[in-house]
Design a binder for this molecule. Structure first.
Ligand SMILES: O=P(O)(O)O[C@H]1[C@H](O)[C@@H](O)[C@H](O)[C@H](O)[C@@H]1O
Ligand SMILES: [Mg+2]
Ligand SMILES: [Mg+2]
Length: 281
């Protein structure tokens, strides 16, 4: 079994450096544009941070492959092979970043032979660092993480994110899912604007479950390792195995809560990260 601990150490150093860039940029004037929809925002800092992360990793690991949110948006094929692959969200919570709303993270995941090996998520506002390596536990600022062991969904706090589509049909399903979970009942539903930080709250036990349609592999990759190493479950919205490229996820501290969430969900189709654009033509 390969020892990827050196990759974790490198990823932590890069995430901290990237976080400094985000922290100094958040106070500056921003050039904001949009991608898939008018609410799917991107700034020059997203590009700058992704370039910093990928160029630094590529210099260290020239044979590794990279999947980055902004490279993918620019047309680079989003393809997970057996090669060691870094899966990067340079700024998770770009809309929050644009508004200086303090929930913004840098997320760096790493997979080998399509297995997620490690994850680093750095909260750019409060400096909280989440790390995990498969088989070696999950940590928040060096303190071991443990998910909530709650099995009763009526005592659960549920997190989700809205996703980029805002057409009436999508919003009807999104709000319908939230209504079903609120009336399960559960203690509540929260949306913080950063899927990676929300997923870290599952790993820390601060909330019991997360579900979303519309996020990407770069939102899931690092967080999935952190949640699993904290004793949690990360799966498809059908309850089956996680499909990293499917743009949908359910994560929970216990299988019982995950199954309750899965039962309530009506799907929203966001396609796949690894769909070849020519196939869509
Ligand atoms: O684009 P960034 O990297 O900011 O990621 C966010 C997505 O844009 C949202 O659709 C999604 O709903 C989540 O908020 C996710 O964090
Ligand atoms: Mg992003
Ligand atoms: Mg993101």
């Amino acid at each position: 079994m390969e020892d990827w601990s050196h990759c974790l150490d490198v990823a932590v150093q890069i995430a901290l450096r990237a976080g400094q860039v985000v922290q100094s940029a958040v106070k500056q004037e921003k050039q904001v544009s949009s991608k898939s929809t008018p609410t799917d925002l991107v700034t020059e800092t997203d590009h700058q941070v992704e370039e910093l992360i990928i160029s630094t990793l590529r210099e260290k690991y020239p044979t590794h492959r990279f999947i980055g949110e902004e490279s993918s948006a620019a047309g680079v094929k989003c393809e997970l092979t057996d090669d060691p692959t870094w899966i990067i969200d340079p700024i998770d919570g770009t809309c929050n970043f644009v508004h200086s709303f303090p929930m913004v993270a840098v997320s760096i995941g790493f997979a080998v032979r399509k297995e997620l090996e490690l994850g680093v998520i750095y909260h750019c506002f409060d400096g909280t660092l989440y790390t995990a390596r498969k088989g070696h536990g999950a940590f928040c600022n060096g303190v071991r993480l443990q998910v909530s062991k709650e099995k009763d969904v009526s005592k659960a706090l549920i997190l989700t994110e809205i996703g980029a589509k805002r057409d009436p049909a999508t919003l009807d399903i999104f709000l319908g899912n939230m209504k079903k979970l609120l009336s399960a009942p559960t203690h509540g539903v929260r949306i913080i604007g950063s899927s990676t930080l929300a997923l870290c709250h599952i790993a820390s036990g601060a909330a019991e479950a997360y579900y979303q349609y519309g996020l990407h592999c770069w939102d899931i990759a690092a967080a999935a390792v952190i949640i699993r190493e904290a004793g949690g479950h990360v799966m498809d919205t059908t309850g089956g195995p996680l499909d990293l490229m499917s743009r949908r996820v359910v994560a929970a501290g216990t299988r019982e809560i995950a199954d309750c969430v899965v039962k309530q969900l009506q799907p929203i189709n966001y396609g796949r990260d690894d769909t070849d654009p020519d196939d869509l033509a």
